[in-house]
Design a binder for this molecule. Structure first.
Ligand code: G3H
Ligand code: 13P
Ligand code: ZN
Length: 314
């Protein structure tokens, strides 16, 4: 059942966070649904601009509609990840997405408000909810490059004003994370003090943590042992999700970790079975491993085991 992120946030706020997982293909979609069913968790499927153009934007929609039939128990939102204004308007018009992220965080404050407000107005007119972003994460995004050293954490005072002026439904905040497999220089970590200040000014308002992959060291070691070269890869401590959730983080975005599972499975498979060439053989292993990974993440986020309760609320 497709619901809005707003409905999921109402069930989870302050207690646990909902996992928001990026998908690009069939195997990820199957692994994601299975993992969420195994752990009895509601979830968010997110599709980036890059994912929409990987094959054709209609392909992932088709996969998700099919998964909704194959897994009738599933409760999830379909979300555009890091949209620009044009992508947001396209998704709003499509009627398929229940939630859309406008990312104008690379723009000056006033311009970010202006763009976000236009998208909010168009979305709300159709019952679609909006995530916006204020502050800049480190690392590389699709259309924004920000040096980690210059990453701008979200200003709590500005966050309150931004939400009031735009009418957005949730806010992605920069609290020290970055996208990709190489996070945190030196001893840096999550800036909980920023979250505390934002929550004080926006009590009850759902916050979103991007760049939340934990980049498991065992995964990195296995990839490197199977011919990969990911030196110094590092991520978020997954044991910190629970504290972030009590401070208002209600959506946690994870993409890179899934790519690491994919890379490990395929590197090891072709190393161990050099004579094989049927794509379904490693594909089956990946779906099972990805489902296991998702179930584990949902445990860490606290969303595991809450599916029935969420279903009654939506
Ligand atoms: O924030 C970025 C997400 O990980 C999506 O990545 O733009 O390469 O699909 P992508
Ligand atoms: P990771 O690169 O840490 O998985 O972050 C994903 C993300 O923020 C998607 O919007
Ligand atoms: Zn992101």
């Amino acid at each position: 059942m497709i619901v809005t992120t707003k409905q999921l946030f109402a069930a989870a706020y302050g207690k646990y966070a909902i996992g928001a997982y990026n998908i690009n293909n069939l195997e990820q979609t199957m692994g994601l649904f299975r993992g969420c069913m195994d752990s009895q968790a509601a979830f968010i499927i997110q599709i980036s601009k890059g994912a929409r153009s990987f094959t054709h934007k209609a392909m992932l929609e088709g996969l998700i509609r099919a998964a909704d039939q194959v897994f009738p128990e599933a409760v999830f939102a379909v979300h555009l990840d890091h949209g620009d204004e044009a992508a947001c308007m396209d998704c709003i018009a499509s009627g398929f997405y229940s939630s859309v992220m406008i990312d104008a965080s690379g723009e000056p404050f006033e311009k970010n408000i202006e763009i976000t407000k236009r998208v909010v107005d168009a979305a709300h007119a159709r019952g679609i909810v909006i995530e916006a972003e204020l502050g800049q994460l480190g690392g590389v995004e699709e259309h924004v490059k920000v040096d980690e050293a210059n990453a701008k954490l979200t200003d709590p005072g500005q966050a309150k004003e931004f939400v009031k002026l735009t009418g957005c439904d949730s806010l992605a905040c920069a609290i020290g994370t970055s996208h990709g497999a190489f996070k945190f220089s030196g001893s840096q970590g999550l800036h909980f003090e920023v979250l505390v200040e934002i929550q004080k000014r926006l009590p009850g308002f759902p916050l979103v943590m991007h760049g939340s992959s934990s980049v498991p060291q065992e995964e990195v070691a296995r990839i490197n042992a199977a011919g990969g070269s990911l030196k110094g890869a590092k991520g978020v401590n997954e044991d910190e999700f629970a504290r972030a959730a009590t401070l208002g983080v209600t959506k946690v975005n994870i993409d890179t970790d899934g790519r690491l599972v994919w890379t490990r499975v395929h590197r090891e498979f072709f190393r161990d079975f050099p004579e094989k060439f049927d794509l379904r053989d490693p594909g089956k292993i990946f779906m099972a491993e990805y489902a296991k990974f998702i179930a584990h993440k949902n445990e860490k986020l606290g969303s595991a085991g809450h599916l029935e309760e969420v279903r009654k609320l939506v």
